[in-house]
Design a binder for this molecule. Structure first.
Ligand code: TPP
Length: 622
C-alpha cells in the first residue's frame, strides 16, 4: 500500500490532497492506529470508525480558527495524528506520553478537554454564543456519538441550541453502539432514520421538482415547509431534530469522504443550528474490531493477526466478583435489581443481565437518571444496586444527596474503578468518591481489603436499610493475609489485623495490602505496629480510633482517594474533636488532577507505594 502518512506534516498537506490521496491517507492512519493500540491498548473501534469523518472535517474546516469539539474524546486519535502529534502517537496513554483524550496543553487544535460523555454540544454552544457576543468569525462543530447523545446533558444542550438559532454544527456519529449496543428510544429513532433512507430521497426529489416549477414551485414548498403538516412531516418520520430548531442533514455514509465533504460544506453555509447525521461502522477496516466492537471499544494490548489479547483476561477482577455475587444475592432475594449506565460489561454485569433480564436496567449514558431510577425502585421496596465507575458517579451527586439520602432509601452504590485507573488519566481516576460521599448525611461507605471481604460486604449490603456505597478498585481481586481469621461485617466496625504499641496504621480498601507491607518493614526494624483495616469510611469505628490514638505515638492513615474530605480527613476531624495532641500522617493523593500512566508508576510518583510511605514515616519519626 502507498504511504502518504510518513510524508505528512500538517493540515496544509491534507488540504491539498485529492480524493484518492485522502483514502490512502485514511488507510495509513488506520494501520498506524491498529499498530499502536495493539501495543499500548486504547480505544480502537471508535477511532477506526471515524477515520474518514475526521479527514472530511479537517478538509472542510480549519481547526486553527474553527472549533472542533469532541464528545468523550476517546475517538480523537485521528485528529491527533493529523494535527501535529503523528510522531509522538506511539506514546499515547503511556506515562509522560500523549493523552488518549483531547488536551489543551498538547495542541492548539484541542480546544476543549473531555473524557466524560455528552458535554460537546454544551461546550460547542458556549463557543458559538461567545463568538456571537465578541463578533468573531469561525465555525463551531461538536462531534457526538449516538451513545453520548442519549445523555440528559446532550438533550439539554440541543434544546437550548435550537432556541438560540446561532450558527452551530452538530455532527452525530451514529454507529448504533455505545460501548455495547446502544439502548433506548433515541437509538430506535435513529435506527428508523437509518433504515428508511428512501424517505429522504423522496423528500429531496419532491423539493427539487417543486423548486423547478417557475414562479409557484418555490412558494408552494415554502408554504408547505412552514405549515406544521408540511411535506417533510408527511415524508420524514419524526423530524425530532428539526422540531428542536436544527436543520437536519443526512443520513450520510461516514466512510465516503466526498459525500461528507459535500454535506459539511452545505452545513457550513447554513446560518443556524445544523445537525449532520453520519453513519459509521465501529471498528471499520479491522475485522476483529468490526466483529466485536464492544471488546475493542477500550482494548488492552493484542495480537494484530488474531485480535486476541496478549495477556489472558482476568476472570477474577473486582467487577467479575461483583457480577457473580449479585447473581447469588438476586437468587436469594427477589427484591434485588441491578442498574448500569451503559457499562454492562465493564461493570461485570454481563452474566447477571442474561440471568435476570427483567431485574436489570441499562439506562444508557445517564448516571443522573440511573441514581433517581434507583430511588424510585427503592421507594417501592425493591433493593437496587447501581453499579457504576467512581468517576462517572460524579455526574449523579445531587441525585445521591437529594433523591436517595434525604429519604434514607436503601440503595447500594457498587462503585467500581475507585482509586487510580491508569492509562485513561485524570478524567477517569476515581479519587474523589470518598470526599463527595462522606459529607452526605445517612450515607454509609465501606471499602473491602480483598476478595472475601468484598463478598462479605455485598452480602451485608443486601439487608442494610439505608444508602450504602461500596468502593473497590480496578483490576485483580484476590485474598490477602491468608492466615487471618475473619469476622463478619458489622456497621461501623473496623478490623484489627495486628496489635502493637508505637505506630498505628489505619488503612482502607486496596491500601490495606500496602499497609501490611509497610507494617512488615517497620516491624523488621524494631518498631511495634498496629495495623487496622478501617472497613468503614462512614460511620468510622470511633471507639477503636480514639483508643488507638491514645496508645500510639504516631497515627498513619492510608487511602487511594484525595486527602481533602477522605478517610484520613474524617479521622483527623474525629481526633481534633477529641483533643488529640499526637502526631498524624495522612497518606492520600494531593489536591491535583492525576495524569495518565501505569498505576504502579503513579503510586510511586505520589510517594504512595510501600517505599514512599516508609520514607514519609521515617521523616515523621526521625
Ligand atoms: C458520563 C460518562 N459515562 C460513561 C462513560 C463511558 N463511555 C465512554 S465512551 C462510551 C460510549 C460512547 O458511545 P458513543 O458516543 O456512541 O461513541 P462511540 O464510541 O460509539 O463512537 C461510554 C459509555 C463516559 N465516558 N462518560
Amino acid at each position: 500500500m502507498k504511504d502518504i502518512l510518513s510524508q505528512y506534516n500538517d493540515l496544509t498537506d491534507l488540504k491539498k490532497m485529492n480524493n484518492e490521496e485522502l483514502y490512502i491517507l485514511a488507510n495509513n492512519i488506520r494501520e498506524t492506529i491498529i499498530d499502536v493500540v495493539s501495543k499500548n491498548g486504547g480505544h480502537l473501534a471508535s477511532n477506526l470508525g471515524v477515520v474518514e469523518l475526521t479527514i472530511a472535517l479537517h478538509k472542510v474546516f480549519n481547526s486553527n480558527t474553527d472549533k472542533l469539539v469532541w464528545d468523550v474524546g476517546h475517538q480523537s486519535y485521528v485528529h491527533k495524528i493529523l494535527t501535529g502529534r503523528k510522531d509522538v502517537f506511539h506514546t499515547i496513554r503511556k506515562y509522560k506520553g500523549i493523552s488518549g483524550f483531547p488536551k489543551r496543553k498538547e495542541s492548539p487544535h484541542d480546544i476543549f478537554e473531555v473524557g466524560h460523555s455528552s458535554t460537546s454540544i454544551s461546550a460547542g454552544l458556549g463557543y458559538a454564543l461567545s463568538r456571537d457576543i465578541k463578533n468573531e468569525k469561525y465555525n463551531v462543530v461538536s462531534i457526538i456519538g449516538d451513545g453520548a447523545m442519549t445523555a440528559g446533558m446532550a438533550f439539554e444542550a440541543l434544546n437550548h441550541a435550537g432556541d438560540t438559532g446561532t450558527k452551530f454544527i452538530v455532527v452525530l456519529n451514529d454507529n448504533e453502539m455505545s460501548i455495547s449496543q446502544n439502548v433506548g428510544g433515541l437509538s430506535q429513532y435513529l435506527n428508523k432514520i437509518r433504515t428508511a433512507p428512501t424517505y429522504y430521497k423522496v423528500k429531496e426529489d419532491v423539493e427539487a421538482i417543486l423548486n423547478s416549477i417557475p414562479g409557484i414551485g418555490k412558494q408552494v414548498f415554502k408554504t408547505a415547509e412552514r405549515a406544521k403538516d408540511s411535506l417533510k412531516y408527511f415524508l420524514v418520520p419524526g423530524m425530532f431534530f428539526e422540531d428542536l430548531g436544527f436543520k437536519y442533514l443526512g443520513p450520510i455514509d461516514g466512510h465516503n469522504i466526498s459525500d461528507m465533504v459535500r454535506e459539511l460544506e452545505r452545513a457550513k453555509k447554513i446560518d443556524g443550528p445544523v445537525l449532520v447525521h453520519v453513519i459509521t461502522k465501529k471498528g471499520k477496516g479491522y475485522r476483529p474490531a468490526e466483529n466485536n466492537p464492544d471488546k475493542f471499544h477500550g482494548s488492552s494490548p493484542f495480537d494484530i493477526s488474531t485480535g486476541m489479547p496478549l495477556k489472558k483476561p482476568n476472570n477474577s477482577s473486582f467487577s467479575n466478583v461483583l457480577g457473580d455475587t449479585l447473581i447469588n444475592l438476586a437468587e436469594k432475594d427477589n427484591r434485588v435489581v441491578a442498574i448500569t449506565a451503559a457499562m454492562p460489561e465493564g461493570t461485570g454485569l454481563g452474566k447477571y443481565r442474561e440471568k435476570y433480564k427483567n431485574r436489570f436496567f441499562d439506562v444508557g449514558i445517564a448516571e443522573q437518571h440511573g441514581v433517581t431510577l434507583a430511588a424510585g425502585l427503592a421507594s417501592n421496596n425493591l433493593k437496587p444496586y447501581f453499579v457504576v465507575y467512581s468517576s462517572f458517579l460524579q455526574r449523579g451527586y445531587d441525585q445521591v444527596l437529594h433523591d436517595i439520602c434525604i429519604q434514607n432509601l436503601p440503595v447500594v452504590f457498587a462503585i467500581d474503578r475507585a482509586g487510580l485507573v491508569g492509562d485513561d488519566g485524570e478524567t477517569h481516576h476515581g479519587v474523589f468518591d470518598l470526599s463527595y460521599l462522606s459529607h452526605i448525611p445517612n450515607m454509609a461507605i465501606m471499602s473491602p481489603r480483598d476478595k472475601t471481604e468484598f463478598i462479605q460486604m455485598l452480602e451485608f449490603s443486601k439487608d442494610y436499610n439505608g444508602p450504602l456505597a461500596i468502593r473497590y478498585p480496578r483490576g485483580e481481586c484476590y485474598d490477602i493475609i491468608e492466615k487471618n481469621e475473619r469476622k463478619g461485617i458489622e456497621l461501623g466496625k473496623a478490623e484489627i489485623l495486628a496489635r502493637g504499641k508505637d505506630i498505628a496504621i489505619l488503612a482502607v480498601g486496596k491500601m490495606v495490602e500496602t499497609g501490611y507491607e509497610v507494617a512488615k518493614e517497620l516491624n523488621k526494624q524494631g518498631n511495634s505496629i498496629t495495623l487496622i483495616n478501617g472497613r468503614f469510611i462512614k460511620p468510622l469505628d470511633e471507639d477503636l480510633i480514639k483508643e488507638v490514638a491514645e496508645n500510639h505515638t504516631l497515627i498513619v492513615t492510608l487511602e487511594d482517594n484525595v486527602k481533602i474530605g477522605g478517610f484520613g480527613s474524617c479521622i483527623n476531624d474525629l481526633l481534633i474533636e477529641n483533643s488529640y495532641k499526637g502526631q498524624i500522617l495522612n497518606i492520600a493523593f494531593p489536591d491535583v488532577f492525576i495524569e495518565h500512566g501505569e498505576v504502579d508508576q503513579l503510586f510511586k510518583q505520589y510517594y504512595m507505594n510501600t517505599q514512599g510511605i516508609l520514607n514519609s514515616i521515617y521523616e515523621k519519626i526521625k
